[in-house]
Write a protein that binds this ligand. Structure first.
Ligand code: NAP
Ligand code: MG
Length: 398
């Protein structure tokens, strides 16, 4: 089927190497297909490849994850496949030396970035929430709180324990909160979308209060830009924000603390149709970018795949991770042809879905209804066919 190179056809050159991070399970299967069918035939790019698949992380005592993060700092843009965060079951399944930490957690901590999760809106996939007309982007603070906490069992004055209990010490850094606020303000201004920030400062008066105060200072400093862009900033309590989000029509950036962002982005993804339609980009204060799908490794589908059964996993978010990274590379390198190609991939995906060729997750919710669903490979093949035609047109225009 798909050939690695197309004899006689010239590929688009990407100036700077792109950091590629491979991953696990079903998304690793998809990763290889996307590269082979949609990227390599068209783009001449030096991929600085790091295998973050669990066996390689275990073999290198997780050094490969740190090396990947360093490479993103060096080259500026990375694209990452979903990876397993091992728990006890995985330690047994993969015979691991230990339960290695979450690669995303490690990379986020090293880049000190903010994660923006944005649903991909397709015409024939109406959101579960009727009034959501525009995407809702979640800006998730990617440092500290529960994700950098120390948990221990103690007997101490935190609580007068009558029996054994549990306790957790969490922390954050003013500088990290400030760069989170700045990243969100930058995103809101560039997208011309209202900015929400939510917390629970009525209960965590000092901890959440500090977040609220730092956001207020940073917004005040940019008030003129907010007015020029015609957008607003609102602080609200997290429970109020959740209720408002459901009643809203969308079209704003919702800045969330680390845990809230973890949970809310899954809610938003499901509400917009499927986890397979949610993209994610980690933006560091130094201007480094890491693109990925927001979903995990889709373990259940992978086990079907291993049994030799057909699967129907949605590769949209993974493809958009590649296109997002290539578009950014084109922007940073000053090579608009690379960015144009990235947009052509996204168009090919959207048109494929809107023509009624969908994976199982969308088959039941598409409007108008579709006849059936295609396989994981069938979906990527349909996109590859459309892309080939588009690239022919692009080449004709050059
Ligand atoms: P998941 O991979 O996100 O999948 C959960 C369920 O969501 C799937 O079983 C499937 O539902 C549906 N789904 C997710 N992505 C889909 C797609 N692209 N197309 C169609 N359906 C999709 O979460 P998980 O199974 O709980 O986690 C598996 C592994 O992923 C875990 O080891 C976890 O550590 C890891 N993880 C990694 C990341 C990351 O690297 N960014 C993020 C989250 C989780 P049905 O079964 O109903 O079809
Ligand atoms: Mg989550």
């Amino acid at each position: 089927m798909g050939s690695m190179t197309r004899p006689g056809a010239s590929r688009i050159t990407v100036k700077t190497p792109l950091v590629e991070m491979d991953g696990d399970e079903m998304t690793r299967v998809i990763w290889a297909l996307v590269k082979e069918r949609l990227i390599e035939p068209y783009v001449d790019v030096k991929l600085e490849r790091y295998d973050l698949g669990l066996p390689e992380r275990d073999r290198t005592d997780d050094r490969v994850t740190v090396q990947a993060a360093e490479a993103i700092k060096k080259y500026g843009v990375g694209v990452k496949c979903a990876t397993i965060t091992p728990n006890e079951d995985r330690v047994v399944e993969y015979k691991l030396k230990q339960a290695w930490p979450s690669p995303n957690g490690t990379i986020r901590a090293l880049l000190d970035g903010t994660v923006f999760r944005r649903p991909i809106v397709v015409k024939n996939v109406p959101p579960m929430v009727r009034n959501w007309a525009k995407p809702i982007t979640i800006g998730r603070h990617a440092y500290g709180d529960m994700y950098r906490s120390a948990e221990m069992r103690i007997r101490q004055v935190v609580h007068d324990f009558k029996a054994s209990g549990i306790v957790r010490g969490v922390h954050n850094l003013d500088a990290s909160i400030r760069s989170f606020a700045r990243a969100c303000i930058h995103f809101a201004l560039s997208e011309k979308e209202d900015l929400w920030f939510s917390g629970k400062d009525t209960i965590a008066k000092i901890y959440h209060g500090a977040f609220r105060e730092i956001f207020r200072q940073e917004v005040d400093a940019r008030m003129a830009d907010f007015e020029k862009a015609g957008i607003t900033y609102s602080y609200m309590l997290i429970d109020d924000a959740v209720a408002r989000a459901i009643r809203s029509t969308g079209g704003y950036l919702w800045a969330c603390m680390n845990y809230d962002g973890d949970v809310m982005s899954d809610m938003i993804a499901a509400g917009f149709g499927s986890l397979g339609l949610m993209t994610s980009v980690l933006v560091s204060p130094d201007g480094h970018f890491e693109y990925e799908a927001a979903h995990g490794t889709v373990q259940r589908h992978y086990y079907e795949h291993l049994k030799g059964r057909p699967t129907s996993t949605n590769s949209t978010a993974t493809i958009f991770a590649w296109s997002g990274a290539l578009a950014k590379r084109g922007e940073l390198d000053g090579t608009p042809e690379v960015t144009r190609f990235a947009k052509a991939i996204e168009q090919a995906v959207l048109e494929t879905i809107e023509s009624g060729i969908v994976t199982k997750d969308l088959a039941t919710i598409a409007q108008p209804p579709v006849a059936g669903h295609v396989t994981t490979e069938g979906f990527i093949s349909a996109i590859a066919e459309r892309l080939a035609v588009k690239v022919g047109h692009l080449a004709g225009a050059r």
